[in-house]
Design a binder for this molecule. Sequence first.
Ligand code: PNS
Length: 159
Amino acid sequence: MKTAVIPGSFDPVTNGHLDIIRRTASLFDKVYVGILKNSSKKPLFTVEERRSLLEQVTRGIPNVTVEEFDGLLVDYARSRGARFIVKGLRAVSDFEYEFQMALTNKTLNPDVETFFITTSCAYSYLSSSIVKEVAGYGGSISDFVPEEVEKAIIAKIGG
Ligand code: PNS
């Protein structure tokens, strides 16, 4: 059984994340979407809220499970029997940081491979931060996030 982990902050999940999750789910038998609990970033949504939103938008994908994780990503992957970490790459600007993480993870656990999936063009500019910024200034985010997420952001910060 080929199992993959898609890690991230998901604060909140965007259409870009969802695209990567869907495509990963079509390539692997089982996919765990892992939300990092102890991030140094100050999140807009609590981990529970982020998990709930991810669960709502991935409900139709049977081989996806959403979880929170703490500590090292490679340890989380090992605990789930996952030999693959999947990350979305939007642009060259993502590459340096992602490459650094992939090599660090490879050193920590050589059995775990990081796979990069290029985002669909339509989402290449998207990020959770941009979505929050647009919503914060009252702009429409309906093209950027699923409807459930749009409602949750508006409820939290207005828009
Ligand atoms: O969505 P993000 O914020 O870019 O996700 C970053 C994430 C969660 C993938 C990264 O911070 C991570 O893997 N953290 C877990 C701690 C860890 O394993 N660090 C060493 C590898 S760089």
